[in-house]
Design a protein around this ligand. Sequence first.
Ligand code: G1P
Length: 311
Amino acid sequence: MVEPRRVSRMFLGKKEAMMTPKVKKAIFPMGGLGTRFLPVTKSIPKEMLPIVDRPLILYAVEEAKAAGIEEFIFITARGKGAIEDFFDHSQELSQILLDRNENAKQALLQDMLLRPGQVCHIRQQDPLGLGHAVWCARHLIGPTEPFAVVLADDLIKSSVSCLQQMVSAYAGGHMVAVQEVALQDVSSYGILEGMTGHGATIRATGIVEKPKPEHAPSTMAVIGRYILDGSIFSILEGQQKGHGGEIQLTDGLAKSLEKADPYPYLTGFKFQGERFDCGSLRGFLRATLSYAMDTEELREEIRSFGEAHFL
Ligand code: G1P
């Protein structure tokens, strides 16, 4: 078995860097209630809300596929059945499209499918937090295996998928996608502490969940993409409730950093791309407009509508 890396790729020779285990599995936590989007989320999972014509979860899955992820672990909850159906065959619909010679649409649906055994759905019976959601997948991932976590409501538009950028830079330990945010916004994010290094990858000695601005150790915020070392599961096992009365992944990461040096360490990765916070109405609307403007048949429509109504 290949030992997980204990030092950053920056300090590794070429041969050692090549030994970093491949990231093949991704967890998609989707147990949240989506209360910010009520009433629509009363009966539609938040992850099924569309940006133009694709649900948020499809963007997340496509991003992970582009990063080479082969196994998709969906952490769901009561009322999230539409997600399972979405990635399954719909024989009846396929037949209708074929009968109507709508082959392009049929091919689109075919492309989206996850192959049998490639996807697994786990119910998170209670919305106990992100740390708990990740812990729910503990039996599917080895104790030294690196894996990704993708939060579908952080939509990232980029030419190279954000997770793909991270996988390429990953050299072991825990890695989180990061972005600078305004001081008044730090209380919405996990925030890095004790940062060193320059360029796209920085090392951090700590991380804190949703601090008040006056207590924030920095303004470097975690965005919903992680590559974690499998050792996080044993830490989450005994994790106490933290911010908001939930079991926080951030707290688990902070705890793992207290363990013996130099492993596991925490790297912040400054990704290239534009991030939309689709967990908020504002971010969701911005994403909708941005993706619509990328769609040729909608671009002119938005321009002329904007000119007629808003200028
Ligand atoms: C979660 C994490 C937080 C992270 C954020 C990114 O918070 O707990 O550390 O910065 O995702 O979007 P949530 O937005 O689910 O409250």
